[in-house]
Write a protein of this length. Structure first.
Lengths: 127, 127
């Protein structure tokens, strides 16, 4: 059970795999992002989370603008190889809104409600 | 901040949104799956997790064959509306291999290692 990791990942037709990002000690799910082969390779080599931005179509080194970097604790892959789980140590906040997690809105049958508070002014994150 | 939930979800061009599934009390990430509009609606209406199977192209009521159902505690959506986080109470195991979580393989620069043990014989799950 020591396959090389590139043999395990089933990238989709766009060459991407989805990545769940979880704070390693608290268990809080911070965000969902995407990686291509280069992003996985860079993340494992440097220990800093690097994604592929589908909007900008380029590698996105988390925190390069905002300083809110993520250090890799462990990278796991699921049973059919089409999703990764990154256990990280998040500096500051993961969300561009200044909240710790991107998942701050709760949905119900009849509406929705915000469950997370901003910890940092987003204007300060991106100057 | 009480938008109706269908206005919040940005389904992709295939009409799907990804769903991270997390055990509500332990914080363990169990699996990643997909929902279409009908699956979100059924999940919120019944309180039992219902997905869209991309392989079978049909609604997939988790546990309908295996008995390993998931009860919904809370459904959250992320800041840009293209990912959901389902906090659930998982009966038994989430993974078809008999493991609690689908994320039982750890990737490193040089290889990989299994970190989760099967709790149930998969042959017993699917008869």
């Amino acid at each position: 059970m020591t396959s090389k990791w590139p043999d395990l990942v089933n990238f989709n037709t766009a060459g991407l795999v989805s990545v769940i990002v979880q704070q390693h000690d608290s268990g809080e799910v911070l965000m969902l992002a995407w990686m291509n082969l280069d992003a996985v390779r860079e993340t494992l080599a440097t220990g800093r989370l690097c994604y592929f931005s589908r909007g900008r179509k380029t590698l996105w080194r988390k925190g390069e603008q905002s300083g809110q970097v993520q250090h890799l604790i462990e990278l796991r892959i699921d049973c059919d190889g089409d999703a990764l789980l990154a256990l990280v140590d998040q500096t500051g906040v993961a969300c561009h809104t200044g909240r710790r997690s991107c998942f701050f809105t709760s949905m119900t049958k009849d509406g929705s409600a915000q469950v997370g508070q901003a910890l940092i002014d987003p204007g300060k994150l991106y100057g």
